[in-house]
Design a protein around this ligand. Structure first.
Ligand SMILES: Nc1nc2c(ncn2[C@@H]2O[C@H](COP(=O)(O)OP(=O)(O)OP(=O)(O)O)[C@@H](O)[C@H]2O)c(=O)[nH]1
Ligand SMILES: [Mg+2]
Length: 391
């Protein structure tokens, strides 16, 4: 562990999590704070007590974003009393999620955790979270404290806050069912994850919801949950603002519609081009050479192009990014079929419309629309199906 318990960061904080850890430290717990001077000392003492009683070797890392109420001074004082406590003081940055990743970047433990600094997360749940990840018979990668399991709850929340939270969760389940659906409380800010599940991952959270990012981009196969009651703040005030709900929406959409990068993009465009040529050649052969009906020729040619695209994307373009489960694999194959299938039907309708109502010849109409609509189909197919994140 670093000799100086206080680290001051100027500029943008590091966001990379290394795979190496110190075998002497089981848990590194990050406590993000902004104006928590009145809460932090009680919380840190209680956490240290709980973890020491449970014989969990640990470090507590408070990441404070230059709080004007003097939170950093309180924590600096406390480091002389609590030997496992460290402070990271970010001078030029704020944001809960980036603060947590910054703390994990500086952490040494095999397990990486996070807990709010306002005392709303009961410290006695922590040893249970750690125990479920330390149990060799339990293969979970992450242990999440949940308010939505029997034995947990949010007794102090108003009806409107409950409704807002439920609405946000439902939206998340609709946009990212494979990610949000893994847990009963995707908004939880209280969890412990195995370092190897997120080491080296390209975490890019937006706003508040760090768990969402970890579940979506981490190598998480199994989740274990522990119920807890969300307590009331002793002092200080909530930092949740309306803009955090917008950040959440932006975060969901970013995870949902992730653009392709570099090599995959090159291969993707090549497959698209080959599928276009195949579609055109089959259409020409059926319609012009064999004299088949236009709609039937275009439909068969279009579907041949789609199946060719699906096969090549799976076997070549994204071979290095295999689906985590066979269900995920079929889901993304169906995603490509649906995106291109809908476009094909729209194109057929437009072809028939233009041939009926204009003087343009069928080959001109077919090839203009085939080329004109191709970028849209391939954009949809790629973004809906092969994101680097879980569905
Ligand atoms: N470092 C850092 N910590 C933050 C920031 N915003 C909030 N926090 C801390 O993150 C934790 C959770 O923030 P709260 O505002 O309590 O949010 P919440 O618990 O989700 O919501 P409430 O139920 O309204 O309290 C607290 O410890 C805050 O001090 C920030 O920008 N930077
Ligand atoms: Mg709070």
């Amino acid at each position: 562990m670093a000799t100086n318990p206080v680290t001051s960061i100027v500029g943008k904080s590091p966001q990379h999590i290394a795979a190496e850890h110190d075998p002497a430290i089981t848990l590194s717990l990050v406590i993000p704070t902004y104006n928590e001077a009145g809460n932090i000392a009680t919380l840190v003492r209680s956490l240290h007590q709980q973890l020491s009683d449970a014989q969990i070797s640990h470090e507590l890392i408070v990441v404070d974003d230059n709080s004007p109420d003097g939170t950093s001074d309180v924590v600096t004082q406390l480091t002389t009393e609590i030997p496992t406590l460290r402070l990271i003081h970010r001078n030029d940055e704020n944001g809960l999620a980036t603060a947590v990743i910054c703390g994990w970047h500086h952490a040494h433990g095999a397990l990486l955790g996070v807990i709010d600094g306002d005392g709303q997360h009961p410290p006695d749940t922590l040893p249970k979270l750690v125990a479920s990840l330390s149990d060799p018979t339990n293969p979970a990668d992450i242990a999440v404290a949940s308010r939505h399991l029997p034995g947990g709850g949010v007794p102090t929340w108003s009806a409107s806050r409950r409704l807002l939270s439920q609405g946000a969760q439902t939206l998340g389940s609709l946009l990212l069912p494979g990610t949000v659906g893994q847990v009963t409380d995707p908004m939880s800010g209280y969890f412990v994850v195995k370092r190897q599940a997120i080491a080296g991952c390209d975490l890019q959270p937006v706003g508040y919801k760090i768990l969402l990012e970890v579940l979506a981009r981490g190598d998480i196969h199994q989740v274990v949950e522990t119920p807890y009651y969300f307590l009331e703040r002793e002092t200080g005030s909530s930092k949740v603002k309306a803009t955090h709900y917008l950040d959440y929406l932006r975060h969901l959409l970013r995870l949902r519609v992730q653009p392709l990068r570099s090599q995959a993009l090159g291969r993707y465009l090549m497959v698209s081009l080959m599928a276009l040529l195949l579609d055109g050649a089959i259409f020409f052969w059926l319609f012009d050479t064999l004299g088949w009906n236009l709609t039937r020729s275009a439909l068969i040619a279009g579907e041949a192009g789609i199946l060719f695209t699906i096969a090549l994307l799976d076997l070549w373009t994204f071979a290095g990014r295999p689906a985590r489960t066979s269900l995920d694999r079929y889901r993304r194959l169906i995603g490509v079929q649906l995106a291109h299938g809908i476009l094909l039907i729209g194109r057929l309708a437009l072809i028939n419309f233009l041939i009926t109502w204009t003087n343009l010849g069928p080959l001109t109409v077919f090839f203009s629309l085939l080329i004109g609509t191709a970028p849209l189909g391939h954009l949809l197919g790629s973004r809906l199906s092969w994101r680097p994140t879980r569905n």
